[in-house]
Design a protein around this ligand. Structure first.
Ligand code: ZN
Length: 304
């Protein structure tokens, strides 16, 4: 199983003709989660071919409008579609009250769908999505309002079976091999028991990504991105405007690259570009710091 990252909106603050407000899909076969839900996110998801019925959760980093304003619309659409499966919405403190206000004002129209809201607190931690294969964790970032980044992964897979070794151990080809592959001992005709240990390679790590925006460069972005295959980090400004970036609670592409290098992330995906910068130029000036950097563009899929 692999992860596919689809940026749904890559602009900071407001949408432009080329870039929507912040949102990003993390998808695997048959399911996906959305990180942030800026205005226009559901439309971008439709354009990307992501079925809304397969959405397992929405993970909101913070309550600034460019990361949140698409959520009421998305919830309304799911309600109109008659979704019965509960939807998890994870977000910062205050998101429950905000959604309750909108619901009481009649702004959500979620119908029979249960919206399970999970507020992040303190140092964050596991975000459990019932019935989902995604493993999600959160960590607090450093922005102007309470903000949490997310790490999304798929479970590790069992190691592969060394058939030469199972042959040598006398295990016949057939269903018993599947048992060994699943990590269970098998009993051969004659009663001899063969343990899987020694016949199975080490488990294969599930693919992982982290989503760190909005934030100034901070240690918990490093923690979040530690060893992930892809770190998505905000890069609101070019490095010449780092003072402005910090003043507004943001990072530059160069700083995001330093975070990715320290975290030993496999690749770095820059996003959340101010309408006043070129994403490609922001990525370009960070190339010397991390070997694999891409500037996200809306609906530009990235395989992990
Ligand atoms: Zn933002």
């Amino acid at each position: 199983m692999r992860l596919k990252i689809v940026p749904l909106g890559t602009s900071a603050g407001r949408p432009t003709l080329l870039r929507g407000a912040s949102a990003l899909a993390v998808a695997t076969e048959g399911a996906w989660v959305m990180c942030d839900c800026g205005e226009g996110a559901q439309l971008a998801a439709l354009r990307a071919g992501l079925g809304l019925s397969r959405l397992d959760a929405v993970l909101i980093t913070h309550l600034h409008g460019d990361h949140f304003n698409g959520l009421p619309g998305l919830l309304g659409t799911l309600g109109l579609e008659g979704r019965e499966r509960p939807l998890l919405v994870a977000g910062p403190p205050g998101i429950t009250a905000l959604l309750q206000h909108l619901a009481h004002a009649g702004s959500l129209g979620t119908g029979d769908m249960e919206v399970r809201v999970f507020e992040q607190q303190g140092n964050g931690g596991e975000v459990r999505i019932d019935g989902s294969q995604f493993l999600v964790e959160s960590r607090p970032l450093a922005h102007r309002v309470p903000t949490y980044g997310f790490r999304v992964a798929l479970p590790d897979r069992p190691g592969s079976l060394d058939v030469a070794k199972s042959d040598a151990a006398g295990v016949p080809r057939g269903p018993l091999l599947a048992e060994l592959k699943a990590g269970r001992a098998v009993t051969l005709e004659g009663g001899r028991v063969v343990e899987p240990h020694g016949l199975i390679g080490p488990p294969q790590r599930g693919p992982s990504m982290a989503y760190a925006l909005d934030t100034v460069p901070c240690p918990s972005a490093v923690e979040l991105g530690r060893g992930v295959d892809a770190l998505v980090h905000e890069a609101t400004y070019e490095h010449a405007r780092s003072a402005l970036a910090h003043d507004r609670g943001h990072s530059t592409g160069v700083e995001a690259a330093r975070i990715a290098a320290e975290a030993e992330a496999g690749s770095l995906i820059l996003t959340h570009f101010s309408p006043s910068v070129s994403g490609e130029e922001v990525a370009e000036e960070a190339q010397a710091i991390h070997p694999r950097i891409v500037a996200a563009h809306d609906l530009g899929e990235i395989q992990v």
